[in-house]
Design a protein around this ligand. Structure first.
Ligand SMILES: Cc1cc2nc3c(=O)[nH]c(=O)nc-3n(C[C@H](O)[C@H](O)[C@H](O)COP(=O)(O)O)c2cc1C
Length: 357
């Protein structure tokens, strides 16, 4: 069984402030993606030991303005759930943390990893790694009010000359943080850069609390590499779960030494259409549902044949019906291709897009 896969890790769970996360494979927070519908979908397919919400601005939560509190939706059976907040004002972060704790967060997570303009412009997210004293102050303020486990998600540093994640990891531990996630990129790498997991390994050495490894875990071998090279307690999966919603299940099964699932074109189509149906129900407005569908479709078929053309076709669609037509056509062709018809895509819009690229 699983001869082609690397050996399973010996330990497949970890403890965050008294909560056991098992298996040690976690769905990452992703703005615009990991809403309640996407998280339900991933949980229904199986695999995650823990799911994260998208990030939420501490200021809006603290002031309870707008719809932010409605957006922090999760099911009672979605357990354990980490709710992530961002911001740079310690008092406001503490206030927001208390609110999300009262909403029922199993874990409160502080975002120090996001490189997006929206977050960093207000010097939250990964910009905080450049201001370690403020970062520690935020953690201290939040820890004072939060009784549930507290975690921090960060990058390895702000830039290549300042990979301070190991030092910050230790300081956060001393302030009472229960676990950490470290993405191997720095803030300036955004989503590119040359893979360097050494600072994650150093952080693992420096602290007693669990550290999750994050960044480009897209299959079982990359999950194994992350754990093997860093000694991390588990892996956090972001884009890989959008490309392949069964990825957490695959990693969980690998960890448990169970057979791998086999996913065909029809099953992929079923899951993407189901996602669209559910976001349409949940978000009402057709445009909002189409935008969320596009967000997922951007990654969904990336590793598959003609996947890049699929992405283009769906993301360029002006209307929902157009996007759905592309989805149905693509997966029918993929089914034929999987059945051995290697010319299935010839002369189709996907073929033309690939040729034009
Ligand atoms: C569309 C998108 C949205 C993201 N939103 C968040 C977020 O809300 N909070 C956060 O901490 N990280 C966010 N991230 C970063 C991911 O959680 C993760 O750290 C990063 O994508 C690297 O992991 P991966 O290679 O498995 O995707 C986001 C990433 C993407 C691609």
């Amino acid at each position: 069984m699983n001869e082609q896969l690397p050996p399973s890790p010996e330990k497949i769970s970890y403890d965050v402030g008294g909560i056991t996360i098992s298996p040690a494979v976690v769905l990452a927070p992703m703005e615009g993606v990991t809403n309640i519908v996407f998280r339900r979908l991933i949980r229904s397919l199986g695999g995650p030991g823990l799911t994260y919400t998208e990030f939420f601005p501490s200021k809006s939560i603290a002031e309870t303005q707008g719809k932010v509190l409605d957006e922090i939706a999760f099911d009672p059976e979605e357990y354990p759930i980490a709710i992530q907040i961002f911001g740079r004002d310690p008092a406001v972060m503490a206030e927001a943390a208390a609110v999300v704790q009262d909403l029922g967060a199993t874990i409160v997570d502080i975002n120090m990893g996001c490189p997006s303009k929206k977050v960093c412009a207000r010097s939250g997210g990964s910009a905080l790694m450049r201001e370690p004293e403020l970062a520690v102050e935020i953690v201290r303020a939040v820890r004072k009010v939060v009784t549930v486990p507290l975690t921090v998600k960060m990058r390895t540093g702000y830039d290549h000359d300042n990979k301070n994640a190991p030092e910050l990891a230790w300081r956060f531990q001393e302030e009472g943080v229960d676990a950490l996630t470290i993405h191997w990129r720095t803030k300036v790498d955004l989503y590119s850069g040359v893979r360097d997991v050494t600072p994650i390994a150093e952080a693992v050495q420096r602290v007693k609390i669990p550290v999750l490894g994050n960044g480009d875990v897209v299959d079982v071998p990359s999950a194994h590499a992350m754990m093997q090279e860093t000694g991390c307690a588990g892996v956090m999966i972001g884009r890989g779960a959008v490309q392949d919603p069964w990825l957490l299940l695959k990693i969980a099964r690998w960890m448990r030494n169970e057979p791998q699932p086999v996913i065909n074109a029809r099953e992929r189509e079923r899951v993407l259409l189901l996602y669209h149906e559910k976001i349409s129900e949940a978000f009402g407005a057709e445009r909002a549902a189409l935008n969320r569908l596009k967000m997922v479709a951007k990654y969904f078929a990336e590793p598959l044949v003609f996947g890049k053309s699929f992405r283009k076709a769906v993301t360029r669609s002006q209307e929902t019906s157009e996007a759905l037509d592309h989805i149905r056509t693509y997966f029918s062709l993929l089914e034929a291709w999987e059945a051995g018809d290697l010319g299935a895509f010839d002369g189709t819009i996907f073929d033309e897009m690939e040729a034009a690229a």
